[in-house]
Ligand binder design. Structure first.
Ligand code: NDP
Ligand code: 8X3
Length: 258
C-alpha cells in the first residue's frame, strides 16, 4: 500500500528505531514530521530522506517531556502539516540497570517522564485532530520489557508495561471512532539504546548484543510500516517481535566466537 501524502509524525526520529521508521515511511511515499531534542542529529536525517526518497519532511526540535512545548509544537504546525494521519510514539529510553533502592532518582524520572508522560503528552496533542477527521492511527513502540520483567529493569519495565496498558486503554477510549491503535513491542534491537542506558559506556553497551544476532532498527520499522499499511478495517493490535536468538529477557542464545 502506498502512503501517498499521508502525514506521519515520528517522535525520537534522530536515531535508531525512529530514524529507521522515518526511512520506511518515506520509502512508502508518506510526508514526514520528525521530532527529537538533538536538532544537529535530526536535520541530517531529514536531508537524507529528501535526497534518497524525494520525501517532504518537516523536522522540529521537541522534548516530549515538556507538555507545554508539545502542545505549542503540535498547535503551531503550518496548515499543510497539521492533519497528522499516523503518530509513531517512539521516543524513549532506559537509564541504568540498578535495583530500585540503588537507582538514581533522576534516572527514574527521566524514564517515566519520557516513556510514559511524553507519550501521553504527544498523543493528547494529536488525537483531537484525528477525532475531528474520524480517522488516524497511533502506533506505540513498547517493548518485551513491558511483558518480561527482568532484574535491574524495574522502572524501565514498568514504563513499558504502562505503554502496553495505555495502548489497550486507548483502543477502548477510541472505540467506534475509526482511529486505530497498535503497539509494537520489540526485544533486543541494536541501536544507541544501550549506550544511552549506560551513559556512553561502550563496553557495557556492546555486551548486551555480544555473540548473538539482535534485531535491527530496520526490522522494527518494517513491522511498524506493516501495521500502518493494512486496509482501514484491519488493526494490527499487538506485535511482539524478537530476535530468533531471544526466547525471554534472560534466555538469549549466545555463540562466543572465542
Ligand atoms: P535510541 O537511543 O537509538 O533512540 C532514541 C530516540 O529517542 C532518539 O531519537 C532520541 O533523540 C529520542 N528521545 C529520547 N528522549 C527524548 C525526548 N525527551 N524527547 C524527544 N525525543 C527523545 O534508541 P532506540 O531507537 O532503540 O529506542 C526507540 C524506542 O524503542 C524507545 O521507546 C525504546 O524504549 C524502544 N525499544 C528499544 C529496544 C532496543 O533494544 N533498542 C527494544 C524495545 C523497545 P534525542 O536524544 O535527539 O532527543
Ligand atoms: C529494550 C529491550 O530487553 O534491553 O526495550 O529492555 S531490553
Amino acid at each position: 500500500m502506498n502512503l501517498n501524502d499521508r502525514i506521519v509524525l515520528v517522535t525520537g526520529a534522530s536515531a535508531g528505531i525512529g530514524e529507521a521508521c522515518a526511512h520506511a515511511f518515506a520509502g512508502a511515499g508518506a510526508r514526514l514530521l520528525l521530532c527529537a531534542r538533538r536538532e544537529e542529529r535530526l536535520l541530517p536525517v531529514a536531508s537524507t530522506l529528501r535526497s534518497e526518497y524525494g520525501a517532504s519532511v518537516h523536522p522540529f526540535e521537541l522534548d516530549v517531556r515538556d507538555a507545554g512545548a508539545v502542545d505549542r509544537a503540535i498547535g503551531s504546525l503550518p496548515d499543510e502539516w497539521c492533519s497528522i494521519d499516523i503518530l509513531v510514539n517512539n521516543a524513549g529510553k532506559a537509564k541504568g540497570r540498578a535495583a530500585l533502592h540503588e537507582a538514581l532518582e533522576e534516572h527514574l524520572e527521566e524514564m517515566i517522564d519520557t516513556n510514559v508522560k511524553g507519550l501521553l503528552h504527544v498523543t493528547r496533542a494529536v488525537l483531537p485532530g484525528m477525532l475531528r477527521r474520524g480517522s488516524g492511527h497511533v502506533i506505540n513502540i513498547g517493548s518485551t520489557a513491558g511483558r518480561w520483567i527482568y532484574p535491574g529493569g524495574t522502572v524501565y519495565c514498568a514504563t513499558k508495561a504502562a505503554v502496553y496498558a495505555i495502548s489497550e486503554g486507548l483502543k477502548m477510549d477510541l472505540h467506534g471512532t475509526g482511529i486505530r491503535v497498535s503497539t509494537v513491542d520489540p526485544g533486543l534491537v541494536e541501536t544507541e539504546f544501550s549506550l544511552v542506558r549506560f551513559d556512553g559506556d561502550e563496553v557495557t553497551a556492546e555486551e548486551v548484543y555480544a555473540d548473538m544476532t539482535p534485531l535491527t532498527a530496520a526490522d522494527v520499522a518494517e513491522s511498524v510500516l506493516f501495521c500502518a499499511t493494512r486496509p482501514g478495517h484491519v488493526n494490527v493490535s499487538q506485535v511482539l517481535l524478537v530476535p530468533t536468538d531471544q526466547s525471554s529477557s534472560s534466555m538469549v542464545h549466545r555463540r562466543p566466537s572465542r
